[in-house]
Design a protein around this ligand. Structure first.
Ligand code: NDP
Length: 270
């Protein structure tokens, strides 16, 4: 049987675990696939996708910093419309490029089911206002937190999200103006990709559940910082990565993979 071609595009991309995850899912169903990592700088996604399609590509995941660019060049479905950010692309039978966003549902599955952390009635801080934050807001808001505050260096990006989602529970703040304690702090910045740290006063981490969208087979810098400063619980984004990938896999292949088995395999590789 010939291999089906899929891939993940972003910049940087070498750290991505998506190829391993999709291969582990495929093995559960005896699906033969080839899944590539493709480095695509900002502004070049359309061209990269054309080349990928010409060599037989069926679908692609999109990661930082390309999720908003992906939204602009595809026909967005469901959750991607309000988010205006896309993480899963595929060509339909009419060869139209369709895009959706599985990040938020993947995050909520990891938070609520895998980790058993609550969202309703909680105060949530999200650091970062990029494509990942856009993708997780709608599902997080649907679980009735008391408030979600977005902190970002560039406040115009935060303002755009607050205005677009238009929910009384959604606020924004400069890092230096944060003042309440939070039950859950989500690091949705890409700071770790450049080895930088975020301008958040680490005292906020004390007593909070801290979730890093970043992931690594060892501890991430944000999780390390949170542990050091007395966080109540800490998790990186590997669980979310696997859950969002599973939702994308189901869109592409029509079957739902077992995620806990894949989580166990990847964690045991650490
Ligand atoms: P974008 O490039 O769209 O946005 C990056 C965000 O990070 C911006 O808000 C930017 O702030 C902020 N940022 C970057 N460097 C710093 C810094 N040094 N200090 C403070 N803020 C900083 O990226 P995405 O939103 O698409 O992705 C963000 C991260 O989430 C990535 O690391 C990605 O790997 C991860 N992710 C993980 C997923 C998972 O499944 N685990 C799923 C989706 C994303 P500013 O606007 O001020 O420049």
């Amino acid at each position: 049987m010939s291999q089906l071609l899929f891939g993940v595009m972003g910049d940087p991309i070498s750290h991505s675990l998506s190829p391993q995850i999709h291969q582990l899912f495929a093995a559960q169903f005896d699906i033969q696939l080839h899944y590539e990592k493709i480095q695509v700088p900002r502004g070049q996604l359309k061209h990269a996708l054309q080349m990928f399609r010409e060599k037989g590509g069926r679908g692609a995941n999109v990661t930082a910093p390309l999720k908003e660019e992906a939204f602009l060049i595809c026909q967005a479905e469901n959750s991607a419309r309000l988010a205006q950010a896309v993480n899963t692309l595929y060509w339909n039978q009419s060869n139209e490029l369709r895009g959706t966003n599985t990040d938020g549902l993947g995050l909520c599955q990891d938070l609520l089911v895998n980790l058993e952390w609550a969202l309703d009635g909680k105060r949530i801080l999200i650091c970062g206002a990029g494509g990942a934050t856009a993708g997780i807001l709608e599902p997080l808001l649907s679980h009735q937190p008391v408030e979600i505050v977005i902190a970002n260096r560039d406040m115009t990006r935060a303002k755009t999200l607050v205005e677009r989602f238009n929910d009384p529970a959604l606020q924004m703040s400069a890092y230096e103006d944060l003042h309440v304690d939070f039950d859950l702090i989500i690091n949705a910045t890409s700071a770790h990709l450049s080895g930088a740290s975020i301008p958040l006063d680490p005292n906020f981490l004390k007593g909070a559940a801290c979730y890093d969208l970043g992931y690594s087979l060892t501890i991430t810098p944000f999780c390390e910082l949170a542990k050091t400063h007395g966080a109540k619980a800490v998790s990186d984004g590997l669980g979310m990565l696997i859950e969002q990938a599973a939702l994308g896999f189901e869109i592409w292949h029509g079957v739902k993979p077992n995620t806990s088995r894949v989580r166990g395999i990847l964690r045991s590789n650490a």
